[in-house]
Design a protein around this ligand. Sequence first.
Ligand code: DGL
Length: 277
Amino acid sequence: MNNNRPIGIFDSGYGGLTVMKEIVKRLPGYDYIYLGDNARAPYGPRSFETVYRYTLQSVQWFFKQNCPLVILACNTASAKALRTIQQNDLAKIDHTKRVLGVIRPTTEVIGNYSNSKQVGILATNGTVISGSYPIEIEKFFPGVKVFQQACPMWVPLIESNEHHSKGADFFVKKYIHDLLQQSPLIDTILLACTHYPLIQEKIKEYSPADMTILSQGEIVAISLVNYLQRHQEMEQQISKNGQQCFYTTDSTEDFDNHATLFYGTGVSSKHVDLEAQ
Ligand code: DGL
């Protein structure tokens, strides 16, 4: 019997749904549980300590739901919490469980997309300040120059469904301009926040026509396919009934309304209180 051992997918809010959508497209047979910590989002402006504490609580909740594998589909959590969880906490909680993030799969391939070997990273304040992207890209592509731009207004605009407004246009234009000011040779931009695919068309509109714009969903999904091929011991643990469950720490009604936008299809979420665990 291999029932109810889903893959956990986590984000501070709705953004991780853009990653889950791509994962389920490629791996539809597995079971999945999504958790959005909407009650405590956004994570972007929060301290390392807080993001780590919230993320660890969420990971422990996934483990209680029998998830053998958890994907942090949130750059901020991947940047500020993943390493400590992998290196310190997993051994204490359960050494057979695995937690993966979205930064490593992206930094492993990003250099292949750039001809000028100059890439731009658009992300939350937290991700930028962590320096995770420049550090990781240096490991895989030492010849690539990395330029970062924090876009603190984008997540609030998207979460309040104002991303098609004129106000949003102003901030999309501004952050792209600020990034390209750092170097005119940037030819590849990574959307290093799982919310940003929702404004990908606008970002494209305000970028030079030949700019390559990458979002992470597909990259992370392909990397997970490879990971499961290489780690049969993990692959065999995951249950395969093709089921998807959605949880939020805030209002289920709000979650379901937004989820359609991020996930493409309607969902019916359940509420969970992580602090009462
Ligand atoms: N989706 C998160 C990320 O990829 C950002 C949202 C937040 O600030 O909580 O970084």
